[in-house]
Write a protein that binds this ligand. Structure first.
Ligand SMILES: CC(=O)SCCNC(=O)CCNC(=O)[C@H](O)C(C)(C)COP(=O)(O)OP(=O)(O)OC[C@H]1O[C@@H](n2cnc3c(N)ncnc32)[C@H](O)[C@@H]1OP(=O)(O)O
Ligand SMILES: O=C([O-])CC(=O)C(=O)O
Length: 371
């Protein structure tokens, strides 16, 4: 039995949602560079779920449907308020609240395609409300209801900060959402597909995926990148800090990728945004430090920056708390998870690989009082 560690290189399914071929990323065949420059995040969700770009009227009504579904049940807000607000990580809060959402959805266990699509829309619309409500509650502030006339990216920033965001913030945040939306069979998407392939429900699939995204080898890296930059503090200290980490065999967060050999095509967009935004905030040191680290790791270890590396200084420049970076990843990636869940249901078979047994064999059983 062949057994590549971490399933490296194994093709586990067919998919028509996104592809990574020769270091190029496409969503439904559209190059990520074109989408990043031109699309709204709502257009991307529509594309991933329907395998086509929307017309203007399709997009308008899709945006309206999302805006109409953003409110979450008061019971969930009350539940968020009941957590230990000093210690609970927002990613754990979101994972729990998304699972709870299923309890308040009458269609949670209805398995028809139309019902699954309706649930997908409700989930996509409500996750930003959950993330921003928790962010405010733990600061002693009341959650802010979404504004029906704002787009998805603007609404997130509005609900987070309680004031209308400026255009450059909305533009940057929208682009970050577009860049994080889907990524072939990454660990959290695979988790979602494995979960629903048992014919479990959409809420279970997304809850499982959030759990997988939370880890530092996956979506949790973006928060750790900012922790590292903050620890370094001064750009002149960056290389010494990195050398020490490498000498201790520690990984540099935001660097390296299982699939890309010559660089993650999303990183250059985030790098440019980081440059622009840190100039505006007067904190170019975060960008300069990141460039130094990237150059060093790339030349010393041949490892490219991944999507999590520059997103850290982008979100920091937007005034977002560092432990919200991974929940924001989930706000975007849920669009991809849901697309994959719908695709899995459309052509389902249980996902059940094998393990190569390497434990002891032919053991003689010893009764408990003789051990
Ligand atoms: C959205 C995302 O999920 S993007 C990824 C986010 N995660 C991170 O940024 C965490 C840091 N990066 C990593 O841990 C890895 O590069 C991963 C998890 C992304 C990919 O890992 P894998 O393909 O499994 O590679 P693996 O971890 O086996 O590393 C291979 C070699 O490169 C080294 N390496 C890989 N990434 C790094 C890194 N970031 N820093 C230092 N060394 C690294 C490993 O130590 C290992 O070296 P060795 O062969 O001498 O033992
Ligand atoms: O594809 C991966 O392994 C991780 C990643 O970059 C993503 O999920 O965006």
């Amino acid at each position: 039995m062949s057994n590549p560690k971490g399933l490296e290189g194994i093709v586990a399914t067919e998919s028509s949602i996104s592809s990574i071929i020769d270091d190029k990323l496409t969503y439904v065949g559209y190059d990520i560079d074109d989408l990043a420059e031109n699309s709204s995040f709502e257009e991307i969700i529509y594309l991933l779920w329907n395998q086509k770009l929307p017309t203007k009227s399709e997009l308008d009504s899709f945006k309206q449907e999302l805006a109409d579904n953003m409110n979450v049940p008061q019971e969930i807000i009350d539940h968020l308020k009941s957590y230990d607000l000093k210690t609970v990580h927002p990613m754990a809060a979101v994972r729990t609240a998304v699972s709870m959402l299923g309890l308040y959805d009458e269609e949670a266990d209805v398995m028809e395609e139309d019902a699954n699509r309706r649930k997908a829309l409700r989930l996509q619309a409500k996750i930003p409300t959950i993330v921003t409500a928790f962010a405010r509650i733990r600061k002693g502030e009341e959650p802010v209801s979404p504004k029906n006339d704002l787009g998805f990216a603007a609404n997130f920033l509005y609900m987070l900060k309680g004031k209308d965001p400026v255009d450059i913030e909305v533009e940057a945040f929208n682009k970050a959402l577009v860049l994080h939306a889907d990524h072939e069979l990454n660990a959290s998407t695979f988790t979602a597909r494995v979960c629903v392939a048992t014919l479990s429900d959409v809420y279970s699939g997304v809850t499982a995926a959030i759990g997988a995204l939370k880890g530092p080898l996956h979506g949790g890296a973006n928060e750790r990148v900012m922790k590292m930059l903050t620890e370094i503090g001064d750009e002149d200290q960056a290389i010494d800090y990195i050398k020490e980490k490498l000498a201790n065999k520690e990984k540099i967060m935001g660097m390296g990728h299982r699939v890309y050999q010559n660089g993650d095509p999303r990183a250059k967009h985030l790098r440019e945004m980081s440059k622009q935004l840190t100039e505006i905030t007067g904190e170019s040191k975060w960008y300069n430090m990141s460039v130094k680290i990237e150059d060093y790791i790339t030349s010393e270890k041949g490892l490219p920056a991944n999507v999590d590396f520059y997103s850290a200084s982008v979100y920091h420049s937007l005034g977002i708390d560092h432990d919200l970076f991974t929940p924001i990843f989930a706000v975007s990636r849920v669009s991809g998870w849901l697309a994959h869940i719908l695709e899995q249901f459309a052509n389902n078979r249980l996902i059940r690989p094998r393990a190569e047994y390497v434990g002891p064999s032919k053991q003689a059983y010893t009764p408990i009082n003789e051990r």
